[in-house]
Write a protein that binds this ligand. Sequence first.
Ligand SMILES: [Zn+2]
Length: 96
Amino acid sequence: MSRRTDRVQRKVRVPSNLGKKNSKKKVEKQGEIPCGISSCDGFSDKHMGGRSLSQENAIDTWGEGGFSVRKNRVRVCKNCYKAWKKDNKDDNSTRY
Ligand SMILES: [Zn+2]
């Protein structure tokens, strides 16, 4: 009577790999439109926060020839846009 199926059931409960969550499924967002700034190799895709500036705006920050123009606009990545914004804050005398 002492023979129970407990043992068998225990054997079935093999601890599964708990470290399985660490799978390499990290899909990085891949850009398609390269940043227009020559010295930058980022992407200016919209889903990556990219923006487009006018040529005049781009010249102010990166100088003539420091970027490539695309349909009269300069596509910049998120970081470059930030840099440009920062650069142009000084010009605007609007104070908070
Ligand atoms: Zn950039």
